[in-house]
Write a protein that binds this ligand. Structure first.
Ligand SMILES: N[C@@H](CCC(=O)N[C@@H](CS)C(=O)NCC(=O)O)C(=O)O
Length: 403
């Protein structure tokens, strides 16, 4: 899917070169480096590769520079581009995340974390509406593209952007507070999130119902929601989290439901005690810990009461200060929350321009064709999943009978 948009950097005569020639050279350089840097223990090979890469990047740079200088040599190949957004605006942060939901801007705490941080840091960003199709080179969301380079992983994105734009939300913290923040973030991301993921993998129906997910919108497909929901339940449990496998590999999945619930309550208690009566974890201003806590706690707090979830209720009843924290962060960072959730708009924060033609000014996604392809692909996947379902239930039956 990504190849439809990527790898088509504007050729020298394309108008895009006028705005981003040098950045595209960077894209080529870093992309080549990445593709060639597969694990290789042979130091000599590595050295040779590095030299080749350097030479290649020099060539690319020259190509692009000459294109920028208006060279007439059109026979030179256009450099390849390793980002999806080939017609990027310089210094615009393009954020790739999941589609919106009616109850909160993202069901991914990591995506919500990055967007919240970007807003607090006051950086200009644009969400890319990719209908959840793309993933980073690491295979995950969120990732950003900035000046033709991909940066993946919420923590790395924040670290790199803070350094580049001098936006350290933790600048006022003491080194002890920084250490506490580090440990608390690790608890939130490596423990509490997984407790929530466990619940999601166990109750995919309640995920759809509890967050009022409209898959038709989220995936940009025309198939009826009933079919998509069926598809989601299978993929969510099996592929996304690979059922209990991933949860077991993490460690959380080996415990009983009651034990996991207890772990979750303990995490919430710790957070609640640490926050105490302060507006934010370290005082009057939010820091990175507040961003992460908000991104994770929102997943509990905004889950509809239509579905049962003990941890959500525990937080609402026993950790009122955390509820207050979530609302403060929401008010501060998402004044457009209602618009986001009602319109499911990824870019409610950007003033809209009238599209110049039916396909929009970018013309980077030929929507109807792409949707048709997606429909076909999804239908095929559905077939495959139905067969798998059948096989698995037959297998289970056989096992039962063998007992
Ligand atoms: N450490 C990563 C974790 C990101 C992550 O786990 N993302 C999940 C969604 S919450 C993902 O992309 N899973 C693969 C998929 O959904 O296809 C980060 O902080 O960005």
């Amino acid at each position: 899917m990504s190849s439809e948009v990527a790898n088509t950097i504007p050729a020298a005569e394309n108008k895009q070169e006028e705005t981003t020639p040098v950045d595209n050279a960077v894209v080529e350089t870093s992309g080549e480096g990445k593709n060639e840097s597969s694990p290789d223990t042979d130091a000599v090979n590595a050295q040779e590769k590095a030299e080749e890469t350097n030479a290649a990047s020099e060539d690319t740079k020259k190509e692009t520079e000459s294109a920028a200088a208006g060279s007439n040599n059109k026979s030179e190949p256009a450099p390849k581009c390793n980002v999806h957004k080939t017609n990027f605006e310089k210094d615009m942060i393009y954020l790739y995340q999941f589609s919106r939901t009616p109850l909160l801007p993202s069901l991914s705490p990591y995506c919500l974390k990055v967007e919240t941080w970007l807003r607090l840091a006051g950086l200009k960003y644009e969400n890319v509406d990719h209908k959840m199709r793309f993933r980073s080179k690491k295979g995950q969301l969120p990732f950003i593209e900035l000046n033709g380079e991909e940066i993946a992983d919420s923590a790395i994105i924040i670290k790199e952007l803070s350094a580049k734009y001098n936006k350290d939300l933790d600048a006022g913290l003491t080194s002890e507070q920084r250490n506490v923040s580090y440990a608390m973030i690790a608890m939130l991301e490596n423990h509490l999130i997984w407790i929530i993921f466990y619940w999601r993998a166990k109750y995919p129906d309640n995920v759809l119902k509890g967050y009022k997910v409209n898959l038709q919108h989220a995936l940009g497909l025309r198939l009826p929601n009933s079919i998509l929901n069926f598809f989601f339940k299978i993929t969510f449990g099996r592929k996304w989290f690979q059922g209990t496998k991933k949860l077991k590999a993490h460690g959380i999945g080996v415990h009983s439901a009651e034990e996991i619930e207890e772990f979750g309550k303990n995490d919430l208690k710790v957070l609640s005690e640490m926050l105490d009566c302060k507006p934010f974890f370290f005082g009057d201003e939010p820091t990175t810990l507040d961003v992460v806590a908000f991104a994770v706690l929102s997943q509990l707090h905004f889950l509809s009461k239509d579905v049962p979830y003990t941890l959500r209720d525990f937080m609402a009843e026993k950790c009122l200060n955390l509820v207050g924290h979530v609302s403060r962060m929401k008010d501060r960072c998402f004044p457009d929350w209602d618009e986001i959730c009602t319109k499911l708009d990824l870019n409610a924060h950007i003033q809209k321009q009238e599209p110049e033609n039916k396909e929009g000014k970018d013309g980077e996604m030929e929507k109807s064709n792409e949707q048709d392809n997606e429909v076909d692909k999804t239908e095929k996947e559905l077939e495959k999943d139905k067969t798998n379902e059948k096989e698995i239930s037959e297998e289970n039956k056989e096992k039962e009978e063998a007992k």
